[in-house]
Design a protein around this ligand. Structure first.
Ligand code: PMP
Length: 361
């Protein structure tokens, strides 16, 4: 037996399981399991990535100034309060590392994104799971769960995997109600899918206890590039910059993300397409006896009669070359999360679910 052991908490973390991404022997399989943009990145982003290949011998920028300025210009924010990371995952981890440790509590919601709990345990802190109401973040339940040990409160808005969201008043009430020593982290990975939504940026600007995280992995179609960013009060930016890797983002990642954020026409096109396809898919599935809560993101949480039916449907979809996501690990064993794909994929998955409900297995 080795005497070398990791920090307490780390062995409580189950390694992240990404799910199926390919089906052997099925070249027309469609992946609707990771909430990726079916159209990929904009042409401008692809072009910037190609050009970046010429500078591979150079270390990248350490302060990400060009990308931060582009993000700030697009969203009307202060570039000095932006931090960029290797996906928003890195920012969420840095928040835990910087603000939570042994004896501290980190709140996340019942069906919240897995990384909040992982980040808390990795930092030696205690994750506290708070129940939701009808698969939606419950502000009163979170406030009731706060203690003098609460250091971080994570919510995703819209939430993954439920697709639900809470309004700006509810978020403000949360920011005003948490202990003075705690930070509220608003995970806006899906914020761009909500027309006219700032992800909580105005609240960050108005307070010193709110942080917002965003990503290039979803609507920008750049999940493979690993770029995310955070908007935070100056005191938080200062802390995070002390611990992040100086060259955390590669040169190609920086220039590609910059071109992507400057191309908002692509974002608008993808948002409009998602809204249309999502409404169609939700309505057709409901017609097949598979309801879902109103989704504000690029996926639908389809509800089946019971966990056995959800599992059987998942197996049937796989046999038809359709990869969706089982969410039993998120305590939703009777549900499947289906990414809103392009029109052809939505038709295919809706048709297959119709066949399954009609008796095909
Ligand atoms: N937050 C939420 C709610 C997510 O669903 C995801 C990706 N699945 C992330 C954060 C992390 O995204 P990334 O690290 O790719 O930016």
């Amino acid at each position: 037996m080795t005497k070398i052991t990791p920090q307490p908490g780390i062995l409580e973390i189950a390694p992240y399981v990404g799910g199926v991404s390919k089906i052997a022997g099925m070249s027309d399989a469609v992946k609707l399991s990771s909430n990726e943009n079916p159209f990929g990145p904009s042409e401008a982003a692809i072009e910037a990535f190609r050009r970046a290949g010429f500078d591979l011998h150079r270390y990248p920028s350490t302060d990400h100034a060009d990308l931060r300025v582009a993000i700030a210009a697009t969203h009307g924010l202060d570039a000095g309060r932006i931090i960029c990371g290797v996906g928003s995952d890195e920012i969420l981890h840095l928040m835990c590392q910087a603000y939570a440790g042994p004896g501290d509590e980190v709140i996340h919601t019942e069906h919240g994104f897995a990384i909040y709990r992982i980040g808390a345990l990795a930092a030696g802190a205690t994750p506290i799971e708070v129940p939701e109401t009808g698969r939606t973040t419950d502000v009163d339940a979170i406030l009731a769960a706060c203690t003098p040990h609460t250091k971080l409160v994570f919510i995703a808005n819209p939430n993954n995997p439920t697709g639900t969201m809470i309004d700006a008043d509810a978020v403000r009430r949360l920011a005003e109600g948490i202990p003075e020593t705690a930070l509220l982290v608003l995970d806006g990975a899906y914020a761009e899918y909500v027309e006219g939504f700032d992800g909580g940026a105005a609240l960050v600007g108005a307070r010193d206890n709110v942080v917002m995280t965003r990503t290039f992995s979803k609507i920008y179609g750049l999940g493979g590039l690993r770029v995310g960013w955070g908007y935070a009060p100056g005191h938080v930016i200062d802390v995070l910059n002390r611990i992040r890797g100086p060259f955390n983002l590669s040169g190609p990642a920086l220039v590609t993300a910059e071109a992507a954020v400057r191309d908002q026409a692509w974002v608008e096109k993808c948002r409009a397409d998602n809204t249309r396809q999502r409404a169609w898919l939700a309505a057709v599935l409901a017609g097949h006896g598979v309801p879902s809560d109103e989704s504000h993101a690029n996926f639908i949480l389809a509800r089946f009669a019971d966990p056995q039916e959800a599992e059987a449907c998942n197996a049937y979809l796989l046999s038809q070359g359709l990869i969706v996501r089982g969410v039993a690990g998120y305590k939703l064993p009777d549900c499947l999360r289906i990414t809103v794909g392009d029109e052809a994929s939505c038709r295919r998955v809706a048709h297959a679910i119709g066949q399954f409900k009609g008796g095909a297995r």
